[in-house]
Write a protein that binds this ligand. Structure first.
Ligand code: ATP
Ligand code: MG
Length: 200
């Protein structure tokens, strides 16, 4: 009988051949649209992780953060202080249930979206992160077609990451990569406070 080591080696060789075949098949070079959605933790942190990857290769990235305008957050502090060349726009007002003022939300979203449109036209950017954009669509602050047009007409080499819960079917269909982050467990529900430097 074959030893466990030999069986493992054979299985790994078969897997490697399959992976190599898939890698050889992926030949298209183009920027992609990634949608990170779902109720679990890890959407924005993944988006910001990709921004770091991008900067680490010497490319430029731009960020618009919708919704959390008034909140303190580590990623914003870091990028504003250490990467001042990275365009970083934050939507003016906080969550809609905090401001309770739809007119003001729309005005803030309009301003933030105008900045996003500017970034989506900038062919020096390898990656644009539109953090929590799904809420702008969900609340109807900006017309969906206007958002989709700007994303669709971006420079060919640019990738875009959209994060936020409840991404619409239309947005998912438009995307090249969609990840639904599942909410299996969250410390918050066990009464543990959001951790500075981990959750924000
Ligand atoms: P993160 O910014 O940590 O990657 P996220 O972008 O996936 O989280 P959001 O819906 O934007 O999640 O929520 C932002 C904040 O809420 C974060 O502090 C996060 O830890 C927390 N959070 C995320 N998912 C849950 C959850 N299922 N229950 C409670 N709090 C959550
Ligand atoms: Mg988020």
């Amino acid at each position: 009988m074959e030893s466990r080591d030999i069986r493992h080696k054979k299985a790994m060789e078969r897997r490697k051949a399959l992976v190599d075949e898939k890698v050889a098949e992926a030949t298209t070079e183009k920027g992609i649209l990634i949608v990170l959605t779902g109720n679990g933790k890890g959407k924005s942190s993944s988006g910001f992780g990709s921004v770091i990857r991008c900067l680490g290769h010497g490319y430029n990235a731009g960020i618009v953060q919708f919704i959390k305008g008034t909140w303190d957050c580590g990623e914003r502090n870091f990028i504003e202080q250490r990467c001042p060349e990275v365009p970083y726009h934050v939507m003016g007002s906080g969550f809609t249930w905090e401001t309770q003022n739809r007119e003001r939300d729309i005005a803030a979203a309009e301003q933030a979206w105008a900045k996003a449109e500017e970034l989506l036209r900038d062919d020096s950017l390898h990656l644009v992160l539109l953090d929590e954009l799904t809420y702008v669509l969900k609340y109807g602050w900006i017309e969906q077609q206007r958002i989709f047009d700007a994303i669709a007409n971006r420079p060919a080499e640019m990738s875009v990451i959209v994060t936020g819960r409840a991404a619409s079917k239309a947005l998912r269909e438009m995307a090249d990569t969609v990840a639904e982050v599942g909410d299996e467990k969250h410390a918050f529900r066990a009464g543990i406070k959001a951790r500075k430097g981990v959750d924000w």
